[in-house]
Design a protein around this ligand. Structure first.
Ligand SMILES: *Cc1c(COP(=O)(O)O)cnc(C)c1O
Length: 414
């Protein structure tokens, strides 16, 4: 006999509240005070954004990076630096934040969605290669929820077809792939410091320039600053091509300095908790924990697992409702549907009243183009992970999933 579910009036698994904590403290306040005392909040005059990038570069072992106003901006800057322009195609994942595709369309390039692997939820290299056309210029590899993409395969495809690789690391701080930090493997690595990410500056972002090439850096830097090239006392205002203003302010840089000191601890906790959840969920009929890409470590921005509903006498929504009733907050999927099923893609209308730039390509956004992505979003359950959780919280999450899965287990199936 299985235990009575909380949703049916039984006792809840979660009886003590989840661990909480404050992400900002005296360290951030001290940095902010110093920023204001500079009497300038402009990155080129002050010391905070510079120090923030210096620390970030040391942490990541890169020579150059550029600070931006958001993660979306960081990806746009990388695309600009990569030379992505009108009519180019850029291959990316359909399970991501829309910030991944915004810059592609602002360059008047065309997002092309490749399918993902059913167990890592990250780009399937074979599908990426199948989507390459004469127009393809770049790949934006999204390391979803902290789990690294299969970068060896993606880099090999990119080199073979002469494509640039941009890593979207907005969800994958300090995630490791075969001994390297993600964000240092492709041509550019893009990060977000929006308020929901591992570290926050309110909003903000960074782009690593992994070639270490000074000209590449100069182009990326200028692309984030309306094409102003501000280096030391030299300022060049020549305008050769269009570039937006995505500058980071000294206030964001100041908070970022203090946040970087906490990043290793935050990621260590999340790596530990994610791995503990996966170990705890192993072998439960109907529960499919996420697979972590071979040779890598995920810093778990959230925890997404799948249900095998052929083994469960419940829909995904019923399962999620039961889990919430046990005191474990969870939702179905990560985003409601693959990005390409959004109206903008269905109508091929990024700019109202025109189909440009979609009209330059015959790319399809039809339902069914990425069957794994569609199935994952239908059959997965997302739970939050926090560095402030305790080991007991993780144990309760496992216990609740076990209890709900046992109740709904199909008789005669294993
Ligand atoms: C958060 C996020 C972005 C965008 O970052 P913003 O700072 O919100 O612009 C891009 N890609 C992914 C995968 C993200 O999670």
């Amino acid at each position: 006999m299985s235990e009575q579910l909380a949703i049916h009036g039984g006792a809840k698994v979660k009886s003590i509240p989840f661990g909480t904590g404050r992400r900002f403290g005296e360290e951030e306040l001290q940095e902010l005070r110093e920023a204001l005392e500079q009497d300038t909040l402009f990155y080129h005059y002050g010391a905070k954004v510079k120090r923030f990038l210096q620390k970030f570069n040391e942490m990541y072992g890169v020579k150059y990076s550029v600070a931006t106003s958001s993660g979306t901006a960081a990806i746009h800057v990388a695309l600009g630096a990569a030379g992505v322009t009108a009519g180019d195609e850029v291959i990316t994942s359909p399970i991501t934040d829309q910030g991944t595709v915004v810059g592609i369309l602002y360059q008047n390039a065309i997002p092309v969605f490749a399918d993902v692997l059913p167990d890592t939820y990250n780009l399937d290299p074979a599908s990426v290669e199948a989507r390459i056309t004469k127009r393809t210029k770049a790949i934006v590899a999204v390391h979803l929820a902290g789990n690294p993409c299969d970068m060896d395969a993606i880099m090999a495809i990119a080199r073979k077809h002469n494509l640039k690789v941009i890593e979207d690391c907005a969800q994958s701080y300090l995630s490791e792939y075969k001994g390297k930090l993600v964000g240092t493997i492709g041509d550019y690595g893009c990060f977000s410091t929006n308020d929901f990410k591992h570290i926050s500056t309110g909003d903000g972002g960074m782009v690593t320039i992994n070639s270490g090439d000074e000209e590449d850096y100069t182009i990326a830097h200028a692309f984030a600053d309306k094409n102003y090239q501000r280096f030391d006392t030299k300022v060049n205002r020549d305008i050769h091509h269009l570039a937006p203003n995505y500058r980071m302010t000294e206030l964001q840089g100041a908070v970022g300095i203090a946040q970087l000191d906490k990043l290793a601890w935050i990621c260590d906790k999340r790596k530990e908790y994610g791995a503990t959840l996966t170990a705890g969920l192993a072998g439960i009929p109907g529960i499919l924990p996420p697979a972590i890409t071979e040779g890598s470590a995920s810093s778990y921005w959230f925890y997404l697992f799948r249900l095998d509903t052929s083994l469960l006498n419940a829909t995904v929504d019923e399962f999620v409702a039961a889990l919430n009733a046990e005191g474990i907050p969870s939702i179905r999927g990560y985003i409601p549907q693959p990005v390409y099923l959004q109206p903008m893609f269905q109508k091929k209308e990024a700019y109202p009243g025109t189909n440009y730039p979609f009209s330059l390509s015959d790319v399809s956004y039809d339902q069914g183009i990425c069957p794994n992505a569609e199935a994952i979003l239908q059959t997965s359950v997302r739970m939050g992970i926090s560095e402030f959780y305790t080991a007991d919280d993780i144990r309760d999450m496992v216990a609740a999933i076990r209890k709900v899965a046992a109740y709904y287990r199909m008789p005669g199936r294993s």
